[in-house]
Design a protein around this ligand. Structure first.
Ligand code: ZN
Length: 109
């Protein structure tokens, strides 16, 4: 019966660690500290990419990143607001080219 006792002991220890781990995990997930840390981490990632320490490098990276993020949407919004850059006609954002002057407004490839 000694083997059985050891087995039960091992199972009990494993169970204890599984429960303990899940309790800690949920506590970390729900805590305000974790939220704060996550927001700080996100902020840091947005502000400064790894390997870039010079402010001008960071600024360049930020402008490149923002143009990549909203690239197409921003372009379409500009056309909707300002019309065709060639002739000034207000063109639907769905149009690939301007119906008035034929200027290509967006690359559909
Ligand atoms: Zn036009």
């Amino acid at each position: 019966m000694a083997v059985f006792t050891v087995l039960v002991g091992i199972i009990a220890v494993i169970l204890f660690f599984v429960i303990w781990h899940s309790v800690i995990q949920s506590a970390i997930d729900n805590s305000e500290l974790a939220k704060t840390l996550k927001s700080i981490q996100t902020l840091l990632e947005q502000r400064q990419p790894p390997g870039m320490t010079h402010p001008s490098q960071v600024r360049e990276w930020q402008s490149r990143r923002s143009s990549e993020d909203g690239g197409r949407d921003a372009t379409e919004e500009v056309f909707e607001d300002e019309g065709c850059p060639g002739c000034g006609t207000l063109v639907s954002v769905e149009r690939i080219s301007c119906p008035e002057c034929g200027l290509t407004l967006r690359d559909d490839s």
